[in-house]
Structure formats: C-alpha cells, structure tokens
Design a protein around this ligand. Structure first.
Ligand SMILES: [Mn+2]
Length: 343
C-alpha cells in the first residue's frame, strides 16, 4: 500500500522528525528540538505548558511527503527541504532533525525543573548541532543560557513585549518576568538587544537601567515609526547570538494565544525582516520560542506562527545543507561548530 504522510494523520513530532530514544541519537542530529512544558512561573494567565505540543502539531502542516516538503527518516535521510518562495530558495534540505521530547517538568518545584532544563540544554550545547527550545513560560531562558559551556561571549537578541528584567515580584525572583535579570549575571554575556518592547507594563527605571548598561532597547514604536529596515542598524553584527522570542512580541491579532497580550505588536513580516538581519549578520547558536498558551489561542494561529518562526530562523541560519550559497554554508559551518570552543 502506498502511503503518504498527511499533516493531520499519524504521530506528532516537530516537522515529523524522529523522536529520540536516547542521548546516542544526538550523534547524527544537526538540529535538535526540545520542549519545555512549563508555566508555573507565569504571573498572569497560565497555559504555556501546552505550548510545545501545540507548536509540534502546527509544524506538521509542513510534512507532506509527496509534495516535496519535509520527510525526516532518522540517521539515513535528512530533510527533503522546504522551498521558501519569498526568498526563492530551498531551505533545510539534507539536515537531520531530531525531536528530543520534553524536559521532565516537576510540578510546583521550579528550581528542580530549572536544574533539569540546564542539564538538558547543556547536553545539546555540547554537541555540534543547532538547538531549538519550545516553551513554556519565559523563565526557562535563564536555565537554558546558564548551561552554555565555556566562555565564548554570547549576545542575546530578545524579541518581547516586555523587558523581563524584574528584580523581584513581591519577593519572587524567578518568574517569567525575570529571566534577563538573571541572564545579566552570566559571565559570558556580551550584550543584550531587546526588540519589540512596547506598551504600558514596562518600568521606566528598568528602561533607563538597560540603556545605561549599554544594552539596546528597540521598541515597537521605533519599528513602526522608522520601519524595520531603518532599525536593523541597531542590531548586533558579527557576534555569537542566542535568539529568544516571546510570542507576545507579535500583535494579538496574529498571536492571541499567549498569557500576557498587549495591543499594538509586530506583524509577522516586521519580525521576520528583523530576524533575517539578526541571523545573517551573526553566528546564531540557539533559539527559544516561548509563551505560546494554546488555551487562549484562536484557530491555532499562535502555534502556527511559532512553528513558522522556528522554521524561518532555521532556514536563515542553516540554509540548505546540499547546495548552500556560500554565505549560507559559512553561516551553517560557524553555527554548528567552533563557537563553543572560541574564547
Ligand atoms: Mn518574555
């Protein structure tokens, strides 16, 4: 019987990738996806624990076998590739994608869960592969980043409505409003660029503090008034970059499924143009997409957007393994090796 993989049928994993059985599978993976079904650090509406599963399911849209899209078959065959008509190129062809399942989040035990996230992230960072973390609330970004091995400097590019640098919230220090407060203390932090900050939930004191520390705060107003192309000059260049995307940076009309929505966010294309600049001007070493909360989603829009953003970043960072343009090949090589050993 001839079979054809359909998005709505069969088992779910990110892009239909093989699900790992043990750490040994990491040996053949170029890209590893790890879910963090965590929402116990949310300060408003919970639900992001359902994010990783929803993003995986949404990603299945791109898995038609016969349509020449994506088919992952373990160590023997890489991704078939996706033709990105907007960029006029095929992306991700030949790469081996592995879905590592989810970090075992322990209910009510945030610090134990953080330790498990760090352990899992270190396992991925220590390999020459590109790690993608699916959230989950934003508190997870700190335990991911503290796993960075060695001392190669890292510049964080953080897409978010909120600065997420709360010192504490009524005594709580590790909420989803605090990850970048803790990231600031990491010895390898080379810089922080916040993109899409907006609204009336950000404290002026923190805004001044971030800018006085030499960090960049690119507001949604900056992007809307000046245009993404003009704002690109304020993005880092030639750095090792980790990208953290809070889905609430997008406008609620395109990303309603999140715990702390705020009117007036970025469109898909505004964010994409900025992401393209970040990915092509730097060596991107990892990505997280957080705060997708399916209970508030409408028609699966938010999870679909999150899945698409992951694929876009992978496409910009890694290109096409078989026939990469020179720039893509250089980017892929740099992203998959070397950075970890640099000093
Ligand atoms: Mn955030």
């Amino acid at each position: 019987m001839k079979t054809m993989r359909m998005p709505y049928a069969g088992h779910v994993s990110f892009l239909g990738a093989p699900v790992w059985r043990s750490e040994e599978d990491l040996a053949w993976a170029d890209i590893a996806v790890l879910g963090v079904p965590l929402d116990m650090a949310t300060t408003n509406r919970p639900g992001a624990r359902y994010g990783p599963r929803a993003i995986r399911e949404a990603s299945m849209l791109y898995t038609y076998d016969e349509a020449g899209v994506v088919a992952a078959h373990g160590p023997l065959k890489g991704l078939t590739g996706l033709y990105d008509v907007d960029e006029r190129k095929t992306i991700l062809q030949g790469y081996h994608l592995l879905d590592c399942g989810d970090v075992p989040v322990l209910a009510s035990e945030l610090q134990v869960t953080f330790d498990r996230i760090t352990e899992a992230a270190r396992m991925l960072f220590e390999r020459p592969l590109f790690p993608v973390f699916l959230g989950g609330d934003h508190s997870m970004t700190y335990p991911i980043l503290r796993a960075w091995p060695g001392h190669a400097p890292i510049h964080i590019v953080h897409f978010d409505t909120h600065m997420d640098v709360l010192d504490q919230l009524d005594g709580a220090r590790f909420t989803h409003g605090s990850p970048f407060r803790h990231v600031m203390s990491l010895p390898f932090l080379d810089g922080l660029t916040q993109v899409g900050i907006r609204g009336i939930l950000n404290d002026e004191v923190y805004h001044r503090e971030l800018e006085s520390m030499g960090f960049t705060v690119l507001t949604t107003g900056d992007i809307k008034f000046q245009g993404p192309a003009a704002c690109a000059d304020r993005l880092p260049r030639g750095k090792n970059v980790y990208i953290s995307i809070d889905i609430d940076v997008f406008d609620p009309s395109v990303a309603p499924g999140t715990g702390t929505p705020e009117p007036g966010g970025l469109t898909y294309w505004e964010a994409r143009l900025l992401l393209r600049e970040v990915c092509t001007r730097n060596r991107v070493i990892g990505l997280d997409v957080v705060e997708v909360a399916p209970p508030y989603d409408v028609a699966g829009l938010t999870a679909q957007l999150a899945a698409r953003v992951v694929i876009d970043v992978l496409g910009y960072v890694l290109g096409n393994k078989h026939k990469p343009p020179e720039a893509d090949r250089e980017m892929a090589r740099a992203s998959l090796s070397g950075v970890r050993d640099a000093s």
